[in-house]
Design a protein around this ligand. Structure first.
Ligand code: ZN
Ligand code: FE
Length: 257
């Protein structure tokens, strides 16, 4: 399975999964039609699936037009998003499995950003190879999604689930927010040397106009403040030792950053 990252709108990424042998593709969170059709055309592939993580327009915006173009395709989304995802045919919950070509993804229920949010996790198929996590707006490189519908406790549980994935899991999050996220991270965890060097790398990458997605779970665990609620430095920064309160206060600070 090859994965292509297609920039869309102002800072979204659409991910196109491609199987060379079967000449089929699947998209995760198609915000726009044009980049998807262009890439499929180049690859000579037919679109068979849309994997949606949640119902926001910048994630489902192209569903309807893609269905028109490929009437056979299947639209996947979370069961709690019933009625909110255009064309949805498959209603997924925690532990369900979905297939693309020869790969199987596990569905993780990760509410918080929205109450119906899910993630798709393709475990690594061979030693030394990466797993692939498509997590929408739940976990970002260096940050996490805004709590539009869920509670801090829900988001903490969702992020715990993602944090438990193997370190060599690539994190394909749906927005290029990394630089701003790390700027915030530096205000609450500035003694963290891993964070300092990541911040420098990301600044340089963005100056060269390079994407910073995908990230890796191992890197996120060491540098993302929203996965580090047990760390004394972060607890000190928000004056709490309670995990949910620490997380909630960090999220609150980020909202005002
Ligand atoms: Zn969203
Ligand atoms: Fe989004």
């Amino acid at each position: 399975m090859e994965i292509y990252r297609l920039p869309a709108l102002s800072d979204n990424y659409i991910f196109l999964l491609h199987d060379q042998n079967q000449k089929i593709g699947a998209v995760v969170d198609p915000a726009e039609v044009r980049p998807v059709l262009e890439k499929l055309d180049l690859l000579g592939a037919e679109l068979v699936s849309i994997f949606n993580t949640h119902h926001h327009p910048d994630h489902v915006g192209a569903n309807q037009q893609l269905i028109q173009k490929f009437p056979q395709l299947k639209v996947y989304g979370g069961i709690e998003d019933r009625g909110r995802i255009p064309g949805q045919q498959v209603f997924l919950q925690e532990g369900d499995r979905v297939q693309f070509a020869d790969r199987v993804a596990e569905v993780l229920f990760v509410p918080g950003h929205t109450i119906g949010h899910i993630a798709y996790y393709f475990p690594s198929v061979a030693l030394g190879e990466t797993g692939e996590l498509f997590c929408g707006d739940t976990l970002f490189a260096g940050g996490c999604g805004h709590l539009f519908e869920g509670t801090p406790a829900q988001m903490l549980e969702s992020l715990s689930k993602l944090r438990n994935l193997p370190n060599n899991t690539r994190v394909w999050c749906a927005h290029e927010y990394t630089l701003k996220n790390l700027q915030f991270a530096m205000t609450v965890d500035k003694q963290n040397v891993d964070l300092q060097s990541r911040f420098a790398e990301v600044k340089a990458a963005r100056r060269r106009n390079e994407a910073t997605v995908p990230s890796m779970i191992g890197v996120e665990k060491r540098t993302n403040p929203f996965l580090r609620w047990e760390q004394p430095a972060l607890q000190l920064a928000v004056q709490s030792q309670d995990p949910v309160q620490t997380f909630a206060r960090l999220r609150g600070k980020k909202d005002k950053f």
